[in-house]
Each structure stands twice: as C-alpha cells, then as structure tokens.
Ligand binder design. Structure first.
Ligand code: FAD
Length: 467
C-alpha cells in the first residue's frame, strides 16, 4: 500500500531522514504538498518564495520517478481524502515546531491513527530536537552562550544520502496546478526583485554553500557584520524551506573548520543561533506572540503609528535604517546587522511595539522563519530571553560609521544619496506601491525624530515602566 509523504519545509532529496526511510521501505511513495490555511497566511514574499521552492522540488522528485501532488484545503481533510482515494496505509512527515503547526500536526496524527492509518513524524529540520538538549538541571536554555557550549561538540548524525530512484504508485491521484494557486499574487514588487531568484532549490543551495566555504568563510568572523560586503552564506532562504538540510550544512562547516578555515567556527555558531531559536520556541511557544518576559506587558509600546509607516517605507530620514528597509523591500532579505539596527530603531527610537516590526518582516522576507524572526525581534526590543538590555540603545549613525564606514551600503539602496544611483536603489521606487507616493528625484527626508530625542524618550519610558 502506498505511503503518503506530506512535505512542508523539507523540500529536498538529500539529508532527508523521512524520505530516506520511505525509500528504504520499498513502498510506493506519494508526495503531497497541501496549501492549507496556515500556508495561505504566509507573508507576501515568503509565500512567493515558497512557490519557487515547491516548483523546484516537484522537478527534483520527477528525477527519481515521483511526482508532487498538489492539493488545497485543511490538511487533515486533504490527507484523509487522499488516503481514501489511494488506499494509502500511512502518512509520514518531517516535524515543524511553531505552535500553529504543532497544534495542526497533533490533531492530524491523532485523527489518522484513530482511523487506522499509520502516522509518523520525523526529525530533519534541526540538528537536535529541541527537547534533546537540556541544562544540567534538566530545564531548557534561556541564554545562548551555555546553549552553544552544550551543542558545539554534540554529535550530529551524518546526512542521509539522496535517493536516486523511488517506487511510484500504480496510479497517480489528480493534482492541482501550482500556477492556479497564485502564491505570488501579493508579491507585486517588480522584475528587479524576481530576477534575484533565478537559482533556487537544492542544487542551487548546495552550490551556494560550496561557494561560501570556498572563500568568504575565511573572513566571515569580521565580514559578517558589514552590510556592504557579501560576506555571509545567504542560506537562510534555503534553510527556511528545507531546500538544503541543516546537517549537511553543519557537517560542511565542521569540515571547513577541520581544514583550518578561519571563520568556520563563527559560521557554526550562527547555525547554532538558528537551533537556539527553535529550542526557545519549543519550550516557550509564546515567544512568537507575546513578550517573553511578561513584565514587559506593562511597557508603553505604541501600536502602529505614522512614524512606523515611514519606517516601513524606508523614509525615516535615518540613512542606515532606510537602507535596511529598502534592501528588504527590493531584495526580500536584509543583512543581520541591519535587521538589528532597523529593529532597535523601531522599538526604541520610535517606541513602537516589536510586533509591528515582526509583522512587516514576515510580509517582506523571503527567508521568513517563525523562530528566528520572533527571537530576533524580542532580542532587539529587550523583551526576550538573553536580550540586549533595553538601556543599551543602538545609535544608527554610530553603527553606520562603524559597519558601513565608506557608505557603500547606504548608497547602494538610497537613490537620493547619489548623483548616479545604482539599479537596486532605483528598483525600490519601481517596486513600492504607488500609494506611497515616492519618487527617486525627491529630496531625502529630514529625520522623523532626532536620535538624541528618540533615545531620551525610550530611556524615560524604560525608567518609568511599571515592572
Ligand atoms: P549567515 O551569517 O551566513 O548564517 C548562517 C545561517 O545561520 C543563517 O542562514 C541562519 O539560518 C542562521 N543564523 C544566522 N544568524 C542568525 C540569528 N541571529 N538568528 C537565527 N539564525 C541565525 N533569520 C531567518 O532565517 N529568518 C527570519 O525571519 C529572521 N528574522 C530576523 C529578525 C530580526 C529582528 C533579527 C535581528 C534577525 C533575524 N534573523 C532571521 C536572523 C539573521 O538576520 C538571518 O538568519 C541572517 O541575516 C541570514 O543571512 P545568512 O543566511 O547570510 O546568514
């Protein structure tokens, strides 16, 4: 009897424990991707990028004799219907860890089992299952450094080899067409954005990893902080959809470290930040929605406001912040240092609730990840575990001097700052909605708030909070 493989954020053939076990079972395999309400709710850029990942994976499956069946609806109903249609004896999937997915998958598992269908979930998205890593006292880690100490030398099993052939079912069930789902409908951001994503999928991700470990990793420890330099792996968009397996990336990083590549240790450490985000989200799922430290509920955050709108538009008059926001709008990604500065500016200088920022990032990032995004926002806001203390307010101007000393990053994304702006700076004006009323020829805006005033207001609010 066939086995249904319910694929979600594991869109690859290699380093895929669930797929490897399924192929080894010798049973006919029926991979299905379900466009369920949780997936429908993704932000514009993430949903568009997911569509590219699904298309690439469907092609990869054809290479091993399978197809990707596409169905839309509530996951449980779709899976039950497929079981009935095909006589499948089981449904397998790789685990997800965000609270919404956990709730859905728990329900699916229980209902399938109650109906006599084998339902099995596998590891695969992480190096370590979040419950496997424990403090000496048996609890979970709230601070990164001891977590890193705990996982740095922990054994990570070798990545499973990609299957070269699998058994197909005698009859393929009907599939919907990916084009009809219009996953890019809300991603109306122009050709310049789309052109950046020509190479997606597993082979492209693997090539990116190899190119990174072949050169940039050498200087990674320092270059990773410079937004004007292409010094990082740019693998986050691949990792978030599982286009490449984290074990494969980890083992490649270990090899680079063993070969004496200078920045490899820092790279491994960043991979552990991703793990840590998942560790935190598993043990305190509220991190995606509410202040991780409840005492922050009394803090006078402002909800959405006109300055936050200027922030979204990359028009705050603070060049480092605006470059960051424009980078995200036109490329679907934002450098890590810039994420910290833009986030800090919103939550501190503009005294705006971090959830306003989290939502905008979720709409604009092609690498949107429920755990990393929530941890990142609670970190910049000061409300999260292991967060920067609130009174340490990043100064965007000082940060620009330090990390973008020659202004390359700012000029690259802010057309008004150059006499002869480059294509990415101009692409921003083509990509933004007309309703924003932005033109590259207009003068660069005056700051929406003086940095000293914003800082003073943030510190006063912090000092007077009722905690
Ligand atoms: P590299 O520097 O090459 O690092 C390698 C990998 O390690 C990354 O691909 C990523 O998977 C992981 N990683 C690196 N830094 C972090 C980090 N700080 N936290 C968690 N994982 C990390 N990352 C996302 O993947 N999705 C998000 O939605 C996201 N939102 C963020 C929001 C804020 C406010 C902040 C401050 C950070 C956020 N990050 C997010 C983390 C980080 O900015 C990105 O992972 C990183 O910029 C991706 O670039 P890269 O792949 O070149 O990273």
């Amino acid at each position: 009897r066939p086995l249904i493989l319910w694929v979600r954020r594991d869109l690859r053939l290699g380093d895929q424990p669930m797929l490897a076990a399924a192929v080894a079972s010798g049973r006919p395999l029926l991979p299905v991707f379900v466009l369920d309400p949780e997936t429908e709710a993704l932000g514009a850029a993430a949903k568009w990028r997911l569509g590219l990942a699904v298309a690439a994976f469907a092609r990869a499956l054809e290479g091993i004799g399978l197809r990707l069946v596409l169905r839309r609806g509530q996951a449980l109903a779709v899976l039950q219907a497929l079981v009935a249609e095909t006589g499948a004896g089981g449904v397998w999937w790789s685990r997800l860890y965000d609270p919404e997915s956990v709730a859905r998958d728990t329900e699916v598992k229980a209902a399938l089992k109650a109906g006599g269908v084998e339902a099995r979930s596998f590891a695969g998205h992480l190096l370590h299952e979040p419950w496997e890593v424990e403090t000496g006292q048996g609890g979970f880690y709230r601070v990164f450094t001891p977590y890193w100490r705990a996982v740095r030398g922990r054994v990570v099993s070798a990545p499973a080899v990609a299957p070269s052939r699998a058994v197909a079912p005698a009859v393929w069930p009907a599939s919907e067409r990916l084009e009809d789902w219009r996953l890019g409908a809300a991603m109306n951001r122009g050709a310049a954005v789309v052109a950046r994503y020509q190479a997606v999928g597993e082979a492209a991700a693997r090539a990116k990893l190899a190119a990174f470990l072949d050169g940039p990793v050498e200087d990674y420890a320092a270059a990773r902080d410079l937004p004007g330099v292409a010094g990082t792996s740019r693998l986050s968009e691949n990792l978030t959809y599982g286009e490449i397996g984290i074990r494969e990336v980890w083992h490649a990083g270990l090899r680079a470290r063993d070969e004496g590549r200078a920045g490899a240790e820092s790279f491994l450490r960043e991979l552990a930040w991703r793990e840590f985000a998942y560790h935190l989200m598993h043990h305190s799922p509220q991190i995606t929605r509410t202040n991780w430290k409840p005492e922050w509920d009394a803090f006078p955050w402002r909800g959405d406001n006109p300055e936050a709108e200027r922030w979204r538009q990359g028009m705050t008059g603070e060049p480092f912040v605006d470059a960051a926001m424009r980078e995200m709008y036109v490329t679907g990604t934002m450098h890590n240092r810039a994420r910290m500065i833009a986030g800090s500016y919103l939550t501190k200088h503009l005294l705006t609730d971090w959830r306003v920022g989290l939502q905008w990032f979720a709409d604009c990032l092609t690498d949107w990840d429920p755990a990393a995004n929530a941890m990142g926002w609670q970190w910049v806001a000061g409300s999260g575990p292991d967060a920067a203390p609130y009174f340490r307010v990043f100064n965007p101007a000082g940060q620009a001097e330090k990390f973008d000393a020659k202004g390359d990053y700012r000029r690259r994304f802010i057309a008004e700052m150059s006499r002869n702006p480059g294509s990415e700076a101009l692409a921003f004006f083509e990509a933004v909605p007309r309703s924003w009323g932005l033109e590259p020829t207009q003068a660069y805006p005056a700051p929406v708030i003086e940095l000293a005033d914003g800082r003073a207001r943030a510190l006063a609010a912090y000092g007077s909070r009722k905690t």
